[in-house]
Design a protein around this ligand. Structure first.
Ligand SMILES: [Zn+2]
Length: 267
C-alpha cells in the first residue's frame, strides 16, 4: 500500500502535470469508487481547474476551483497513470479525469476511492488521524510524549494511523531496521535513547523515501524516472544479507502483517 513517500511523490509529480489545468471530461468505470451519483460527480467536477494538490497521511486532496475537493485514498493495489489514451496501461480504469488530450487514469481502486467532498467533510475525515511526522512541530518531545502513552508492539503502533500518520507496513520495517529495534519490541520496554533513535529514523527513512521517489512499481507517466526508485534495506528482502551486519534478513508476522527484520542487529 502506498505510504507517505509514495503519496508525496505523486503530489509533486502530479502538481507539475495537472496543477492549474482544467478537467475537461470525466469517465467513471466503477461507480463504487466514488461517493455520489455519476451525474452529480460529473457536474461538480467537470470544467473545474485543479487549484492545488495537498497530502495528509496517505491521502491526496485535489482542490478544485469551485471549492470542492476530491479526496483520494489508493488503499491496497491502487495507482495512477497520466498520459495519452494510446499510452495508458492495459488495465481496467475505475476513474478517468481528462485534461484535453491527456488523462489521469485511476487504476486498481478496489478498496481505494476518489470522493467528492467539501473542505469541511475532508477535515472531518482527517480528525481521526495522528500527527504528520515530518511537520516541524512534530518534535522529539512530542514523539516521546505520544509514545509514553502507548503499549504493545512498536511495529503495530508505527502503522496505526490514529497515532502517527503516513507510515505503513513497508516503511515501518525500514524505520525499525534503521533504529536497530526489533519490530516485536514492546513500546513500554524501550528506553529514552531507543525512542530518540526511533524518532530520528522516522525522519531519515521517510525523507529518504521521498528523495528516492518511493516504491510504487509503475511510473506515473512515460519517461518518469522518479517514481519507484526507493531501495529497501529489509522490506521484502527475506534471506538476503543485512547491509549493516550481513546476517540473513528474516520474515515474520506481527498482528498478521508481514514483517522483515535483521535478527542480529535489531534488538
Ligand atoms: Zn543486521
Amino acid at each position: 500500500m502506498p505510504e507517505l513517500p509514495e503519496m508525496e511523490t505523486y503530489k509533486a509529480l502530479l502538481g507539475s502535470k495537472i496543477g492549474g489545468l482544467n478537467i475537461s471530461a470525466i469517465e467513471i468505470g466503477r461507480e463504487k469508487s466514488i461517493n455520489v451519483p455519476v451525474d452529480k460527480f460529473t457536474m461538480q467536477v467537470s470544467n473545474q481547474a485543479v487549484k492545488t494538490i495537498t497530502r495528509r497521511a496517505k491521502y491526496l486532496v485535489f482542490q478544485l476551483q469551485n471549492g470542492k475537493c476530491l479526496l483520494l485514498h489508493l488503499m491496497l493495489g491502487g495507482w495512477m497513470f497520466f498520459g495519452k489514451e494510446e499510452d495508458k496501461p492495459n488495465r481496467t480504469i475505475q476513474v478517468k479525469l481528462s485534461f484535453g488530450e491527456q488523462h489521469l487514469f485511476f487504476i486498481g481502486l478496489r478498496l481505494g476511492y476518489l470522493h467528492l467532498l467539501s473542505p469541511e467533510e475532508v477535515e472531518e475525515e482527517f480528525k481521526k488521524l495522528g500527527p504528520e511526522v515530518l511537520n516541524p512541530d512534530f518534535t522529539l518531545d512530542a514523539f516521546h510524549q505520544l509514545m509514553h502513552k502507548r503499549r504493545g508492539a512498536i511495529k503495530t503502533t508505527l502503522i496505526n494511523q490514529e497515532v502517527l500518520a503516513g507510515i505503513g507496513n513497508g516503511y515501518s520495517d525500514e524505520i525499525l531496521w534503521h533504529a536497530e529495534i526489533r519490530p516485536d519490541q514492546k513500546i513500554n520496554e524501550l528506553d529514552d535513547q531507543q525512542l530518540s533513535r526511533l524518532y530520528h529514523s522516522i525522519q531519515f527513512i521517510l525523507k529518504r523515501g521521498i528523495q528516492q521517489g518511493g516504491y510504487m512499481e509503475n511510473p506515473l507517466y512515460i519517461g518518469d524516472d522518479k517514481t519507484g526508485g526507493y531501495q529497501f534495506y529489509v522490506y521484502d528482502r527475506e534471506g538476503q544479507g543485512c547491509s549493516r551486519c550481513n546476517s540473513s534478513i528474516i520474515k515474520s508476522e506481527i498482528s498478521s502483517r508481514k514483517t522483515f527484520f535483521c535478527p542480529n542487529c535489531q534488538q
